[in-house]
Design a protein around this ligand. Structure first.
Ligand code: BGC
Length: 310
């Protein structure tokens, strides 16, 4: 279908492979008069030592950056992927260079049997999990009147049902183990990968926006339910991040300048911006934080159109 841009995910390997400029993980920043200084260099603090994490869709984009940041913070990491095994193995190799344990596990997060098998394998390997990042997601964009049921179901299946299945498996493992205060005062931490589109409507992306709106209420309802068990549940809501999912929004200088009209901070987000937020949400630094969406968006949700009007 002409209007099905079949836009591409940073998370689920299948699509990432299709569009990926694969050998080019750090594409050159577009030339733009509005480009601000890039991501600052800061060391990730060692705040997750002795903890093990599972990140879905961790073979590229945001998931990859989150997996690497958690490892830099001291965690062992399971790298989930659905296609493109070599890219997952490359992330595993990078994590091992940090001196952490790492393991790539294949699973389609929209399939209950595969999620269950992945968690069983992760626990068998690492003993338990302390941090689960439900990141895998994709887009299937189309004008509403042309959106197929398959496009709808694919997006809801991965972005929402997949997050439910992984969060449920995480909660079951955290409940089984309970709190081990030598490792963390929480029984476990779940981080849902949401989007600014959990609150910003998005024409021709109704399936994607609906999935992220759903993620927000999944996260909040679960957080309320399991807080007494000392399980913390939060979301990160990224804005425009430089990944394969939205290449058309930043690849050329013209596209980048147009994107900056939506970003008051006047730079695109980098995957590392999200990795750093994930480290904070997974660590004791954020122990009193649960049921919240952390917007990492350069101000995209600040109604930038009102900076000069209204
Ligand atoms: C989407 C990107 C988009 C960004 C800001 C993300 O959730 O996946 O394609 O650029 O939101 O609109």
């Amino acid at each position: 279908m002409a209007n099905d841009k079949a836009v591409i995910t940073e998370h689920q390997g299948e699509e990432a492979t299709a569009q990926k400029p694969a050998a080019d993980p750090s594409p050159t920043a577009p030339v733009s008069s509005q480009t601000r200084p890039p991501l600052p260099h800061v060391a990730v603090p060692l705040v997750l030592c002795g903890q093990s994490a599972l990140v879905t869709g961790a073979n590229s984009g945001i998931g990859r950056a989150v997996a690497l940041a958690l490892a830099q913070a001291g965690a062992d990491v399971v790298v989930n992927y659905v296609t493109d095994a070599p890219s997952a193995e490359a992330v595993v190799a990078e994590i091992r260079l940090e001196g952490r344990r790492a393991l790539a596990i294949h699973a389609d997060v929209s399939r209950e049997d595969e999620v269950e098998a992945m968690f069983a394998q992760a626990v068998a390997e690492f003993g338990t999990l302390h941090i689960v990042v439900c990141n895998a997601g994709l887009q299937r964009d189309a004008p509403f009147h042309e959106m197929s049921l398959q496009q709808w179901n694919t997006v809801i299946g991965v972005n929402l049902t997949g997050q439910f299945l992984c969060a449920r498996a995480a909660v079951r493992e955290f409940m089984r183990r309970g709190v081990d205060e030598k490792v963390s005062v929480a029984a476990g931490k779940i981080i849902h990968m949401s989007s600014v589109h959990e609150i910003i409507p998005w024409a021709t992306h109704a399936n994607y926006a609906a999935s992220k709106g759903g993620v927000q209420m999944l996260m909040k309802s679960l957080a309320q339910e399991v807080a007494p068990l000392r399980i913390r549940v939060n979301a990160i809501a990224p804005g425009a991040i430089r990944t394969p999912i939205n290449t058309v929004a930043w690849k050329t200088a013209e596209a980048y300048d147009a994107l900056m009209k939506l970003v008051p901070y006047k730079r695109i987000g980098e995957p590392e911006d999200i990795g750093r937020a994930a480290v904070w949400l997974a660590s004791e630094l954020s122990d009193y934080v649960t049921g919240t969406s952390l917007f990492v968006d350069g101000g995209m949700t600040l109604f930038p159109g009102f900076s000069s009007g209204g």
